[in-house]
Design a protein around this ligand. Structure first.
Ligand code: DGY
Length: 319
């Protein structure tokens, strides 16, 4: 019998077509976010759910009376939206989409590094407001990257891809902290023995650690205070890995030079104070947002579902 799958968000056409070929599938053409009740309902109605990184799968959702779904295929590499311990306890399989979004996310980290160090958001806003009064040799000076130090916190796939681009493409020196030993790499990089030395030494810090309980607030007020006043902080990982109020305070007081943020602690809420701070680039969680990458992510989620329902090993199982 064909398995029934609920898909919580609109996905690229090719992915939806593939899901239709393999399953009895309930799509979400309006792309309306699922409430917790609708999510719990999906777990009752379907054999599997293809959910997105902003579907919050709590123990209550997983424990819903009459749950039928045995697999959650998460559309994203980060799985901090799912209570993994509760999924494990409930016997629900969780899969994710590693690897396929590495390049797109590293590209966006570089875009944020360039945007913040070259003051792109603030100067573009000025131009759009009609306030540009012509070229001036000393206006809108930013910071060059050549010879500067990039500090990577979390040297996994995306951290390495970001470091490689910065080092080989922009001539930056790379230092990093990773929980477990990694390397060697195909570019020069020096390990540090903690996050603090990376934050203190780097001209630009780029975060690539997973979100979730384990890393919540990991980039603390004290670590932000350890940064140079000329340094920039870039985050394409998860918003909650930073003590967000402490970052806002540091930026507002000019204790660090700027930031490039693609993720926020309580998306889609953005701390209002950030909107008024020049030198900060703010993006709406678009790290993996290319058609190619979002299609590849959907296909990998579909691969996991197809493998599960045909009794094959799962390509990327988390729980
Ligand atoms: C992920 O995959 O975790 C991203 O944040 C969503 O693209």
């Amino acid at each position: 019998m064909t398995a029934t799958i609920v898909v919580t968000r609109k996905l690229p056409d090719a992915v939806e077509a593939r899901l239709r070929e393999n399953f009895s599938v309930m799509l979400n053409p309006e792309d309306a976010p699922f409430t917790p009740a609708r999510l719990a309902g999906a777990l009752r109605e379907a054999d599997g759910v293809l959910c997105a990184v902003n579907d919050i799968v709590t123990p209550e959702v997983l424990g819903a009376e009459g749950r039928r779904a045995a697999i959650l295929a998460n559309f994203g590499v980060g799985v901090n939206n799912i209570d993994l311990a509760a999924a494990k306890a409930a016997g629900v399989i969780v899969t994710n989409t590693p690897g396929v979004l590495t390049d797109a996310t590293a590209d966006l980290a570089l875009a944020l590094i360039l945007a913040s160090t070259r003051r792109m958001s603030e100067t573009e806003a000025l131009l759009r407001r009609g306030e540009w009064d012509g070229f001036r040799p000393t206006a809108w000076l930013g910071t060059g990257l050549q010879g500067k130090t990039l500090g990577i916190v979390g040297m996994g796939r995306i951290g390495q891809a970001t470091a490689r681009r910065a080092c080989l493409g922009f001539g930056m020196k790379v230092i990093y902290f990773n929980r477990s030993p990694v390397g060697p790499f195909d570019f020069p990089a020096e390990a540090r023995d903690g996050i603090e030395p990376v934050m203190a030494e780097a001209d630009v810090v780029s975060l690539h650690i997973p979100g979730g309980v384990e890393n919540r607030g990991r980039i603390s007020a004290a670590l932000i205070a350890a940064m140079k006043p000329t340094a920039y902080l870039v985050n394409t990982a998860r918003g909650d890995v930073i003590d967000e109020p402490a970052l806002v305070a540091a930026l507002a007081a000019g204790r660090i030079a700027g930031a490039g943020l693609d993720v926020f602690a309580e998306e889609p809420k953005v701390p209002p104070a950030l909107l008024d701070i020049p030198g900060v680039t703010l993006l709406p969680h678009i790290g993996s947002a290319t058609l190619e990458t979002r299609t590849a992510m959907g296909m990998l989620a579909a691969d996991n579902l197809i493998a599960h329902f045909s009794g094959q090993p799962l390509p990327s199982r988390v729980v």
